[in-house]
Ligand binder design. Sequence first.
Ligand code: SF4
Length: 344
Amino acid sequence: MTDLDRIFEIKKEMGEELLILAHHYQSDDIIKTADFVGDSLKLAQYAQQNKSAKYIVFCGVYFMSETADILTEDWQKVLQPAITAGCPMADMADKEQAEKAWEVITEELGCDIVPITYVNSKAEIKAFCGRHGGTTVTSGNAVKVVDWGIKQNKVILFLPDRNLGRNTAYDLGIPLENMAEYDPKTESLEYSCGKDDVKIVLWKGYCHVHHKITVKHIEDARRIHPDAQVIVHPECQFEIAQAADGKGSTEYLINQVKNGEKGSKWIIGTEHNLVKRLKDTYTDKEIYILDTSSVCTNMNRTNPQNLLETLEDIQKGNFEKQVKVDKAVAEDALKSLETMLSLV
Ligand code: SF4
């Protein structure tokens, strides 16, 4: 019997007590086992709405499991099969660095700040935002949430993905010269406009999977497939987002392809598992990946073997792979998540 066969057997045995969630970037084998597939927020919301599963097995990376734990009930346990799978971008901002940034920005710009963090961040950063009257944001609701931030008439501190922050702020009419960057390593602010003209401070973090896509990738792809549409995730750099035909969240990328005309051609700048699945699903369209090296090794750490081990552990009462957020952190983080959910 294969690991997958045994996983399906355990799913049957456990019934509604067990909920398996998988992010779009997971491998096909893991996707087959999932009760629900989605982006990080949709998965967390799905977990939040589910009131029958005692055990929620999250096939993704650490910040996603933390968010699911924050949004679910105390009696529900969130477990992550690849427990060491983190997100390098989320790891680019911690609480101490954020507190220091607050101090540096306040001192240097003499302004009020509203912090907004991408959901791809540690629970302690979401808690930091919750404590300071800020909120969280996803790539799917970034325009609405950053627009809310602009209306606060404060300087926005956007963490930890400078690319999503820059792409979104630009779409909302903030000129590039009015955007500052904060470097947590040097604890310094960089900006070219006057102090009073800074509208948003972008944390110098990035997702390496999307950040390393270049304009040359787009130029080469257009040369080979001149009649294809190039669409990218907004975690890509500003120049890439501008050079593409469209940019948007994972849901946007999926919908563009799904609703595209028969025979249409798509070149997609995002994680390879998702692009591969789109290619396998929409066989009436031509689909290519923009950069073949767009692989998130952390997302790919979940496999049938460690998923099966997690399910067997649950049956034995072993919860070593449980993700549990500290209560005080969870309370503050919940405030920032709830602010976002009330806006979208
Ligand atoms: S794809 Fe990027 S943002 Fe997503 S988990 Fe991997 S490193 Fe983090």
